[in-house]
Design a protein around this ligand. Structure first.
Ligand code: MV4
Length: 502
């Protein structure tokens, strides 16, 4: 059944392309919108129709509620898919859609609000008997109150923004004498990032894992969970690698976390696709963290392991259809891993690397999926998130998935911009990653100054190695005389034979 005739996609990049693909398979016509920086973006080329909505800054385009709603109305769309980021978790946007007679493909505005305020959500969840990280359920008052609460919780503590999420505005405080200045900084960060200086306190867990549970909820009161995703490989709260399932979660823990996630969703009247985030400590105790009221970047790993198309499910559920299956019908097969390909230079502290994609060859073969927003000749704008593509693989087990990812990464060629591909190559080859020894400290350890610091005699050896490496790099730029036989320059004009520098 076709849930809608026409859908407007209020987003850009790979996620807009992902939604267009689901719509096309369902026979739904698609309306893309684009900013002045995105005239030639892939989602614009792929949609049935595309309309300009404003200048490059997102506030005047992808965040301009009235323009998006007007465009959807004028083009005869029945529903709006917000993707992730931008307006995906904006209750006012969901309301504006509804007021204009459009279906917002996401949770109801009241559910978005209920989970958006983190302190209120913690209170609601604790009342259900689901464990939350010990801390306050109200925003903090005075510095004196904060000092008293922190003493009761015991250091170290975390200061978090009441309207925050995703680690933005989060501060670790190790000692009482650091509290006052940390509070001041956290409050001003929260005010500028979320328009509200309110912050609260949590006890800081040592080296926790970040594990999240995917849920689907229909408009008829039924909720199922689709298992967990492991998201511990992050850098400065930007996830880099995700997998499903988590190597840390066994069937009984999955069932307990899944059941807790479904109860959280049901308690706020959640509908559509959503994610319940947990921190899990070394003793496998899990604590509710927050709800992400949207489709997430890393949804494909869940799709590959459950066999469900989450965007099609979103469209169906938004149209009011019943889930049509129960928890017992959800199964998990094999292992999936996602590597996020950003236009960032991992050798230069992940500095953004916008520019023209002068060459591109994407991996393929069995059980390899490339969810992309780019093409050869495309210019990566500097105005938005630099996520270019997501490379996702499936294997019968984790070992096969890791090997397949390493194989697929080795096939990936991007020239013109720096990407995170070399970082992922290193991670896939790392014994700790291969053994599933993941922690939130993994990336820092892999890249950390400490890891690279060498002293004494080893320093001499490292210096010589660095010179040799630089010499080899330089040598690449001035190739040796051509060997006898057909000229490599003839071959180099054939796209398949071109050698792209990485
Ligand atoms: C925490 C924590 C320790 N204790 N909360 C929350 C949002 C997520 N992006 C990071 N968050 C954390 N919240 C308490 N009470 C540690 C982190 C954390 C983290 C968690 C999972 C994976 C990587 C992380 C990196 C830094 C901090």
């Amino acid at each position: 059944m076709r849930p809608f005739g026409k859908v407007l996609i209020a987003n850009r990049g790979e996620i807009a392309v992902r939604v267009i693909r689901a719509c096309r398979e369902l026979g739904i016509r698609t309306v893309a919108v684009f900013s002045e920086a995105d005239r030639e973006a892939l989602h614009v080329l792929m949609a049935d129709e595309a309309y300009p909505i404003g200048p490059a800054p997102a506030t005047q385009s992808y965040l301009a509620i009235e323009r998006l709603v007007a465009c959807a109305r004028e083009r005869g769309a029945e529903a709006v898919h917000p993707g992730y980021g931008f307006l995906a978790e904006n209750a006012a946007f969901a309301e504006a859609c509804r007021a204009a007679g459009l279906v917002f493909i996401g949770p109801p505005p009241a559910a978005i609000r209920a989970v958006g305020a983190k302190t209120a959500a913690r209170k609601t969840v604790a009342a259900l008997g689901v464990p939350v990280v010990p801390g306050t359920h109200e925003p903090l008052g005075s510095d004196d109150e904060a000092a008293r609460v922190a003493r009761e919780l015991g250091y170290p503590v975390m200061i978090k923004a009441a309207l925050g999420g995703g680690g933005k505005g989060m501060r670790l405080v190790r000692r009482p004498e650091e509290l006052a200045s940390a509070l001041r900084l956290a409050r001003s960060e929260a005010a500028s990032a979320f328009g509200d200086p309110a912050v609260y306190l949590e006890k800081a867990l040592e080296a926790p894992r970040h594990i999240e549970v995917q849920i689907l909820a229909d408009a008829h009161g039924q909720v199922v969970h689709l298992g967990e995703r492991e998201c511990s490989i992050q850098r400065r709260h930007q996830k880099l690698i995700e997998e499903c399932p988590s190597p840390f979660v066994d069937a009984p823990l999955r069932e307990r976390m899944g059941e807790a996630a479904c109860r959280v969703a049901a308690s706020v009247g959640y509908q559509n696709a959503g994610t319940i985030e947990f921190l899990v400590d070394a003793d496998r105790r899990f604590y509710f963290l927050e709800v992400n009221a949207r489709l997430q970047v890393e949804h494909p790993v869940t799709e590959l392991v459950t066999g469900l198309d989450l965007v099609k499910e979103q469209l169906r559920l938004a149209a009011g259809e019943k889930l049509g299956y129960g928890q017992a019908d959800v199964g998990w097969r094999g292992w999936a891993i996602e590597c996020r390909i950003y236009a960032e230079d991992p050798d230069r502290d992940f500095m953004p690397s916008p520019g023209v994609i002068t060459g591109l060859r994407t991996p393929g073969g069995p059980w390899v999926r490339d969810d992309t927003g780019i093409y050869e000749g495309y210019t990566v704008p500097l105005h938005y998130d630099p996520l270019l593509a997501k490379l996702v693989v499936w294997g019968h087990d984790r070992e096969e998935a890791v090997r397949r990812m390493a194989r697929a990464l080795a096939e990936y060629r991007v020239s013109g911009v720096r990407t995170t591909i070399p970082f992922h190559v290193r991670v896939m080859a790392h014994p700790d990653f291969q053994a599933g020894r993941l922690s939130t400290a993994f990336v820092e350890t892999l890249l950390g100054r400490k890891g690279l610091q060498v002293q004494g005699r080893h320093r001499q050896v490292a210096l010589i190695a660095a010179v040799l490496a630089a010499y080899r790099e330089a040598g690449r730029q001035t190739p040796p005389p051509a060997p006898p036989g057909p000229s490599p320059w003839t071959l180099s004009t054939r796209p398949g034979f071109r050698r792209f520098p990485r």
